[in-house]
Design a protein around this ligand. Structure first.
Ligand code: NI
Length: 226
């Protein structure tokens, strides 16, 4: 499933984050790349232990904790501490697949990367190129969202970032280990959840709501590895 999650950051938060990052010292993005993807990666990144990465990463996590659509779609068990990157003119990331397991630096924690997420921080008209291009069973999707909006996509997909030819593209990116490992099962749960929500909105006293909600939880109980 490829899903757009709007308004994770308010425009003011996105601007404040971008302004803070503009003054930061960046390092070569290959510091967190695996063997194969290091050859394809041409961008800048904030060091994982950079105070701004910690501070704004925490702000991203707080914003996600309030976001119902994100929770319904990702069913997060663990979220990798958000990282930040910047593609300036000529920057790009060739086609690659994300590492399956990520060690959380300075801890004994690991995250299995079921889902990848990109939170766009730059307004689309402030740079040319820089689309995130994701290949899934249904084809190739180019994603370029307003500042503050997020895209969720299966970490198992082949993806790339097109060359930025003008301006700078800043984003936060991270991975999610989901309660439900399988993308197809997670997508079914999300579709059911959204249908129940719509039904509850339109006909709040419909007796089928209880049994549908029960079915949702029984499927989640069957598939989740909490
Ligand atoms: Ni990637």
């Amino acid at each position: 499933m490829l899903l757009r999650v709007p308004d994770v950051f308010t425009p003011a938060q996105a601007t404040a984050c971008r302004e803070a990052l503009e003054r930061a010292d960046w390092v070569d993005g290959r510091v967190t790349a695996g063997h194969q993807s290091a050859r394809a990666k041409h961008n800048l990144q904030l060091a994982e232990d950079h105070p701004l990465a910690r501070q704004w990463g925490e702000t991203v996590l707080q914003a996600l904790s309030r976001n119902g659509l994100f929770h319904a779609a990702a069913l997060p068990l663990k979220i990798f501490p958000p990282l930040f990157n910047c593609y300036r003119e000529g920057g790009n990331f060739g086609v690659h697949v994300d590492n399956a397991i990520r060690d959380v630096r300075g801890t004994s924690h690991r995250v299995r990367t079921d889902l990848s997420a990109t939170l766009f921080l730059s307004e689309p008209d402030s740079y040319d190129g820089g689309e995130l291009v994701v290949e899934d069973n249904y084809g190739t999707h180019a994603v370029k969202l307003p500042a503050g909006h997020l895209v969720l996509y299966p970490a198992s997909s082949l993806h790339r970032v097109n060359t930025v030819t003008r301006g700078a593209r800043m984003a936060s990116f991270f991975w999610i280990q989901s309660l439900v490992r399988d993308d197809g099962e997670r997508t079914l749960l999300f579709d059911l959840d959204q249908a129940i929500t719509r039904l509850g909105h339109d006909t709040p006293n419909h007796p089928a709501l209880v049994s549908l909600t029960g079915t949702y939880h029984n499927l989640l109980r069957r598939w989740a590895d909490a």
